[in-house]
Design a protein around this ligand. Sequence first.
Ligand SMILES: N[C@@H](CCC(=O)N[C@@H](CS)C(=O)NCC(=O)O)C(=O)O
Length: 205
Amino acid sequence: MKLLYQTHSPYARKALVFAHEVGLAGVIEVVNHETSPVRRNQAVFAANPLGKVPVLLRPGLSALFDSDVICAYLDTLHDLTSLFPSTGEARWAALRMQAAAQGMADAGIALRWETVRRPQAQRYPALAEGHAGKLIAAYDWLEAELSDPGPLHIGHIAVATALDWLEFRSLSDFRKGRPTLTRWFDDFARRPSMLATPLSGETQD
Ligand SMILES: N[C@@H](CCC(=O)N[C@@H](CS)C(=O)NCC(=O)O)C(=O)O
């Protein structure tokens, strides 16, 4: 399988960290691509009509996108403990945490458009403030949610990769006044899956 990837994408890294966690990194070839809504990447569009990474190319089967779908698919390919709890409140808690992490990455990208990516004259400070506020609220929510994190699941991988990217882009400080979240993240960041997939590079618009 090939993973259309980007070394500075929180979503692509989430899929790759997931692959490491379930022992599948060795069967995935990582292929780097630069993507931006203002700079069309034909190879990525050929596999994903949204032109976004990550995309998982499967021999003889259709391409899969986005990171939520890729992780759910990879979870069906291994014999270790599933990282998607299958029943009860544990399932909804894991999926809800993944949704929060996706929203954090989305808000972070939107915030970057309003602060560094969009030409200065087209930036809208109220929108930047609104997205920054979502990040603060999500960090506060995680501070409570991660007081008892339980066994590893998809939500943890999504949150750790989102937080690491937010910190990498210096978007907002999740650490200040949040000792539980800080401790949990620092522990998670030492996992081999995280160490094997460092963030690097600049967005190319
Ligand atoms: N919900 C998608 C988001 C993917 C996404 O936004 N990827 C970015 C890279 S960080 C991208 O390729 N953006 C290009 C674009 O928006 O056209 C996922 O989880 O995979």
